[in-house]
Design a protein around this ligand. Sequence first.
Ligand code: SAM
Length: 302
Amino acid sequence: MQEGVPAYLAQLLRAQYGEETAERIAQGYAAQRAVTLRANTLKADAKTVREKLAAQGIETSPVAWYADAMIVHGAREDALTGLDLYERGEIYLQSLSSMIPPLLLGAQPEENVLDMAAAPGGKTTQIAALTGNRAMVTACEMNKIRADRLRYNVQRQGATRVTVMNVDSRNLDDLFSFDRILLDAPCSGSGTVQMGSPRSRGQFSKEFLARTTKQQEALLLKALRLLRPGHEMIYSTCSVLAQENEEIVGRALRKAGAEVVPLDLSAFETVPRLPVSIPGTLCVAPDALHEGFFVAKIRRTK
Ligand code: SAM
């Protein structure tokens, strides 16, 4: 396997995927990942954003499955964060994979939507944009500093119907109920590893994974209590490890009245995939354009 993959992670990848696919994932970690962004349609359409970037000498290319998304060529993130259109919230720098869960959530105008692990707010503000600020979004974040960052981003992006709560979502009162829930759970970050990058995140040890999976399961069980019966939610992580993905979903389904709803992935043909053990879920393979990501849609049945 590629040098530089943390030993415990390499061991887990080999055990889950076998040598060949584990090597493919490691190559994805070694790739230089493209800078990608989303035009914030609450403030500017994609065409205008593309033109404004081109006027600054920044070329972009489109993304087949999302008209608001673009891939940036020849400019790093810091070239974008200095621009007026960034300051005004007309764009949001976001990985392509992380744009998929809000698209599959499918929130509708006037629905009550809960985002249970929301900071820094990429997906919260995307839900606001996708519904034209017509869904009511409750965005929860446990960490105070990150909740402040979330508030700032929500405000800058013009997401006017988002209420930010600095709470541990596991403690939300079961009397609340929501039409749709996004649980973009805290995770090891095994999908986001970027070898050689000082910004590469990810923590890999048996103890960390045990702690994280416990939180993920508690959060998912709470989500299924807060979701209105018959309604659907998305569980996502930026991990490619079954321990944080299919195993969490499988355990939650056994404990709660819920079922997996197969994702309609017909629009996402260009997204590289890894094998999954629950049919109808998605695990994105890391490569030069994508972070590794897992997405499952779950319906509460009773
Ligand atoms: N959804 C975010 C986005 O798209 O910008 C990224 C979320 S990040 C994967 C997970 C976040 O959940 C972290 O900011 C973390 O502090 C927060 N978190 C972890 N456990 C939580 C809990 N029990 N309740 C609320 N927030 C939690």
